[in-house]
Design a protein around this ligand. Structure first.
Ligand code: ZN
Length: 346
């Protein structure tokens, strides 16, 4: 299938992150995308650069204040004497402390980032907009009649809300693609198979009945993102019933995942979706360092095949996946499964 990638993604190279009270190496390495690209090339996919679509499709999902923050954050942060190389928020407007929009860059960082897992570097804004542009291009291709198109987005997007980033996500690529598809398709389903709940995507469409959001993920009762992804979260207002969370127990494998996917597909059918967006994280793999679930290579092939059987115009957007030895085979396997063939990736 057509697969869009950006040659500039490596400009976003976060060196560290904050986990379990320690500064540790960041897992969102450029190698992730390079490995996927090599595997898709070997499998004969049509690898393409995207046309520039500008900020309008991105601004359809994200607020002006947030986009302005992302654009200027690194330059403003570096003006602070002794500041870290990347923007790292460390104080947040939590319960009872929300007193309007802050003016200082430290305040804005805490206002617009919901955790310490998405450091902003010198080139993050450029690379994140490039990544989102791939999702827009994929959606544009589907609007023009392509059956299925893949966007090799890096950084990922599904933890990004309209006005907040986090979890190595800045712009919600899948939500942007979904919104773009709404130009033509009346009802669009967004399904997220990343091991982590797509809290940002849920936030974007929480009150919407024209977009069905479904997330399959490890139960957040003791796993990131902790504060979202529970089964009782079903949407609000017009959106009530159009948000479906399917949390899975720690270490669940192919059969449990595929059974939940069956539930998801049944809901997509009753929703009468006209198009589909897939947040294709592959960190549910059994050897991923995020250690959430235990989906196998064959599991990803079956996930791809099951999603293809929905027979909908489909945009597949890359999300997580952090084992450099397995990520490419998981993604290539899912796309091969979608197309009903085998991958050569090993
Ligand atoms: Zn993930």
């Amino acid at each position: 299938m057509k697969a869009f990638f950006s040659p500039h993604h490596a400009g976003h190279r976060p060196s560290q992150t904050f986990r379990h009270g320690r500064i540790v190496a960041n897992r969102d390495l450029p190698t992730r995308a390079e490995n996927i690209l090599a595997a898709l090339r070997a499998d004969g996919h049509d690898l393409l650069n995207a046309s520039a679509h500008g900020l309008k499709p991105i601004a359809a999902v994200h607020t002006p204040e947030y986009l302005d923050f992302l654009r200027i954050a690194w330059v403003e942060w570096r003006k602070i004497e002794g500041a870290s190389e990347d923007v790292f928020p460390y104080i947040f407007p939590v319960r009872g402390m929300d007193n309007g929009y802050p003016s200082s860059i430290v305040g804005r960082a805490g206002y617009h980032m919901h955790d310490c897992w998405a450091p902003i570097g010198e080139h993050t804004w450029a690379v994140a907009t490039d990544s989102a542009n791939l999702a827009v291009e994929a959606a544009e291709q589907v609007l023009r009649g392509e059956r299925a198109v893949y966007a090799l987005c890096r950084p990922s997007g599904h933890h990004a809300f309209p006005d907040m980033g986090g979890g190595n996500c800045f712009l919600n690529n899948a939500a942007i693609a979904t919104e773009h598809l709404r130009q033509r398709f009346r009802r669009v389903a967004l399904i997220d198979v990343d091991v982590h709940h797509g809290n940002g995507s849920q936030g974007v469409f929480w009150r919407r009945d024209d977009v069905l959001f479904i997330s399959l993920h490890r139960d957040p009762i003791d796993y990131h993102p902790y504060f979202a992804g529970h089964a009782h979260e079903r949407g609000e207002g017009r959106g009530l019933g159009f948000n479906l969370n399917l949390p899975l127990p720690a270490g669940a494998g192919d059969e449990a995942f595929l059974a939940a996917l069956e539930t998801a597909c049944a809901r997509i059918a009753t929703f009468q979706a006209e198009a589909l967006v897939v947040s294709l994280g592959v960190d549910a793999h059994e050897e991923d360092p995020t250690a959430g679930l235990a989906v196998t290579f064959d599991g990803f092939r079956r996930i791809g095949a099951r999603l293809a059987a929905l027979n909908l115009p489909t945009v597949l957007v890359q999300e997580g996946g952090y084992n450099m030895d397995t990520i490419a085979r998981c993604v290539a396997g899912a796309l091969a499964g979608f197309e009903g063939r085998e991958t050569t990736a090993a």
